[in-house]
Design a protein around this ligand. Sequence first.
Ligand code: ASP
Length: 576
Amino acid sequence: MGRRRVSCGHSGSPETSTDVETRVLVINTGGTIGMVLHDGVLSPEYNALVKTLRKLPILHDEKYAEQTKLYECYKPEEKTLVLPKSKLDKRVVYTFLEYSPLLDSSNMTPNDWTTIGKDIEKYYEDYDGFVVLHGTDTMAYTVSALSFMCENLGKPVIFTGSQIPIFEMRSDGRDNLLGALLIAGQFAIPEVCLYFHHKLYRGNRVTKVDSGSFKAFASPNLPPLASSEVDIKIDWDSVWRPSTTGKFTVYTHMNHNVGLLRLFPGITTDTVKVFLSASMEGVILETYGSGNAPDNRADLLDEIRKATERGLIMVNCTQCLRGTVTISYATGQALSKAGVVAGFDMTPEAALSKLSYVLAKQDLSLEEKKRNMSRNLRGEMVADLEGAKFSLSDSRFIQIIAKTLSIGCKEELEAIRDAIMPILVCAAAKNGDTEALEAIRNMATDLSKADYDGRTPLHIAACEGNLNVVEYLLSKGVTIFTKDRFGDKPLRNAVQLRHKDVVELLRKHGAHLSRAELQDTGTELCRLAASGDLEGLQIWKLAGADMAMTGYDKKTPVEVAKANERKEVEDFLNAA
Ligand code: ASP
């Protein structure tokens, strides 16, 4: 998005503004952040949040809204607000979608995960990013579940909430909401994340660790993806890059016959037997240390073996907050021999929701489902078999530069890499050189890095029509929704420069133009129809434009083609 005519007032009037706008949908599911005290207890109240935010200058710029006629463009009932201009010269315009009833997250079920997922899917093409307001108690479960349910996600989905309601004098809610909005609106991080107390975490890595501190969440096995200090610093190298891309969809058929079984010394066989009942289809076994269970309890191991043999999937996760499941101890091997698969360093929340997701996949065999549980699907685990990451200092190229400049410390090496790499990557993309891109990728460089103008290698390859480079970049999971400083995404570049095959490929991988961009196309389509430009029309059609869109004078392209005697174009438009 970001293409609202900000100057929608009279031309030349002071109502014009050149600010780049980005749009965020805020889905309010409930939680403390919007709760109000009633008779001494906290409960969520419908509409209270938006009313309050309108009065807070750090969260809403009323002057800008009036000057740019925000409420005319986005109707008041849509509950739209706008942040003051950010340090990156952007305006985050955000719209509330409020659930009814608003829930304390302790009352949430997987059906609520589905509702959130479906709404993200429904509004995916209208917004640059999503913020989900949610209670902290079960947020780690919902955020983990959504990370699996969202397939081929290309935009940020950021969960947040607070420990104290936003209406109170001392509240962490204002900071959390502001940080989540700024990140969702300005950085194309294609992940389901959780933002809390100045840190952005990968959603399926978090767990709630404190009920009384503003630092309520921890991500024990993965450092934060970003931190909000004087500036917002994103660790782009840690951002998850899937190796496949496709059209964004939300998978909602979660299997509910799953559970968490925590081992404790002296657990009885009966307890285990009852828990592993016939109706259970998947169980996360929370074991000791690095994945250990007693190997001197034949009774227990027998129950586990019987269950896995009849097709129940059991996954071994540690009770420890930090660390991973290994098979270095005999006690751990006993479980693997009984058919329990390793969950490596997954949190119980991630493991449970992943199991629920994987079990529901009808087209997978039991063996494939088991394999998926031990495989990294969304950055939720580091599996043992994955090779060590190539270290920056291993790169000979960087070493030579570092030597020439006589520097050696990690920070300086990183600074050099970050200054040089975007230029090299963009040059390789321009030249169609996938080999060079692969070499650069091996220097631990993120191929989504943008140059000074915010243009990524995908923008460049899309402009040049380098189909093989576009294909290569997509296979490496680069983000397709990054906007350059002019507000353009790679798909728009490919349309403008008429690279039909690139447009087709990008669309296949889930790229789209925003509804606002598409609504603006009527006049352009009529112009193309008038001049008989069939190719131009075909490209716009591939890009998703509605061929019946009217121009400024309310005429459709087919009417224009007819009036100008463009028979071929007229036939194409009639068939479109
Ligand atoms: N009980 C609340 C909830 O989870 C706590 C919170 O929002 O922090 O909805």
